[in-house]
Design a protein around this ligand. Structure first.
Ligand code: HEM
Length: 406
């Protein structure tokens, strides 16, 4: 056991997590988190249950923590900071797979998927992703002049792609999208989270058993064929990929579109010069940082971060959104600039847990933005900006819906 932290220089700033964004600034990190970055390399904040947590907010310090094996990503490690009562359920759940495990177990499981998400493998999927994108836009625009971009385009695109990769029937999308919504809703109760979790796992366990009888060339089938994992462990992997694989890209696509519509000069620049798309996607990842509540870790021994000592057993949240607005790395960080070199952003995390799906997310977003802007030159928001329902209540930021016209 560790004595509570009593260093007065670091306990004076009472930030509550998750922090709230400023009214009228829905693209910017909460002011409290920005202030934390300016004040100290690590500040004490308070979680929903009153327990203390460190906020690490600066770009270099975030990379230091996420790249340091003395910080554990294991939800079972003592002092692990859970963002909500619902996510604490994860601590009892051994099937959550490798995002909440440490090496060597993390590496053993992640390695089984690296070939599937390699840049070369994913680049070969461009024609297929383009076809899905065009099909969705054909349907969305057929005989209409407005629609909800989230349900008709931004969500089904990555959802169709990840289903294809995994070998999950897309017809079941209402079922798994509904369950993942519960898992990502900050105010979901432990019972709700547990129920959704179990339903998803049961569904994927049954699917793994089915692939054992009728194999196909999807990832789940190949994991089954390896013969190293139980159907339950495969279900855990499947759940991670299914949720991570569509909620994130979907929200980047819809929120990114909105950010461009709100920055008409940047949008015009991108339309005039489609070769800027790749860089613009990196800039949107940086500027929007949809994994917005901090990536959790626990110190397993005393570690000094930016001169502040974090003791063994103390929890840390690495706020990727604040790190991505660090002026020392991104001058004029609060400005969206599609010509900026934003490649050092940490929107995909950093270190051994850095996003496995990033090559896939990149091609999906590049194709989605390029196609949307090319095919709908008059794309515009169909409701007042003030009425856009932002996802303040979710673990992944974005918009709940985005009514657009063209
Ligand atoms: C991990 C962000 C898309 C699969 C992560 C992490 C972040 C992230 C920040 C690190 C979490 C941590 O360190 O605790 C994003 C963003 C995306 C995106 C912003 C889209 C714009 C995807 C896609 C997939 C995916 C499309 C899969 C198809 C994963 C997996 C991990 C992960 C499996 C865990 C990696 C590990 O623990 O080794 N992602 N992600 N992500 N992501 Fe993504």
């Amino acid at each position: 056991t560790t004595a509570p932290h009593t260093d007065p220089a670091t306990t004076s700033v009472p930030f509550a997590v998750p922090a709230t964004r400023a009214p009228g600034c829905p693209f910017d990190p909460p002011p409290a988190v920005d202030r934390a970055r300016q004040e100290a390399p690590a500040v004490r904040a308070t979680l929903w249950d009153g327990s203390p947590v460190w906020l690490v907010t600066r770009h270099q310090d975030v990379r230091d923590v996420l790249g340091d094996p003395r910080f554990s990503a294991d939800a079972k490690s003592p002092g692990f900071p859970f963002l909500t009562a619902g996510t604490r359920v994860l601590a009892e759940d051994s099937s959550f797979s490798f995002i909440r495990k440490d090496d060597p177990e993390h590496a053993r499981l992640r390695r089984m998927l690296t070939a599937d998400f390699m840049i070369k493998k994913v680049e070969a999927m461009r024609p297929q992703v383009q076809e899905i994108t065009d099909g969705l836009l054909d349907r969305m625009t057929d005989g209409r002049d407005r629609a909800d971009l989230v349900t008709e385009f931004a969500l089904p695109l990555p959802s169709l792609v990840i289903c294809l990769l995994l070998g999950v029937p897309y017809e079941d999308h209402a079922f798994f999208q509904d369950r993942s919504r519960v898992l990502l809703t900050l105010r979901s109760t432990p019972d709700e989270v547990r129920a959704s979790q179990n339903e998803l796992l049961r569904y994927l366990t049954d699917l793994a058993a089915k692939k054992r009888r009728e194999p196909d060339d999807g990832i789940i089938s190949r994991l089954v064929a390896r013969g190293e994992l139980s159907d339950e462990a495969i279900a855990g992997m499947g759940r991670l990929l299914l949720i991570a694989g569509h909620e994130t890209t979907a929200n980047m696509t819809s929120l990114g579109t909105l950010a461009l519509l709100r920055n008409p000069a940047q949008l015009a620049r991108l339309r005039a010069e489609p070769s800027l798309i790749k860089g613009a996607v990196e800039e949107l990842l940086r500027y929007l940082s949809i994994v917005h509540n901090g990536v959790p870790r626990t110190a397993t021994e005393d570690v000094t971060v930016g001169g502040v000592t974090i003791r063994a057993g103390e929890g840390v949240l690495c706020t990727l959104n604040a790190a991505n607005r660090d002026e020392d790395v991104f001058p004029g960080a609060d400005r969206l600039d599609v010509t900026r070199d934003a490649r050092r952003h940490v929107a995909f995390g950093f270190g051994i847990h850095q996003c496995l799906g990033q090559p896939l997310a990149r091609i999906e977003m590049q194709i989605a933005f390029e196609t949307l802007l090319r095919r709908l030159p008059d794309l515009h928001l169909a409701i007042p900006f003030e009425e856009v329902p932002f996802r303040h209540d979710m673990g992944i930021y974005g918009v709940h819906s985005l009514p657009v016209g063209w």
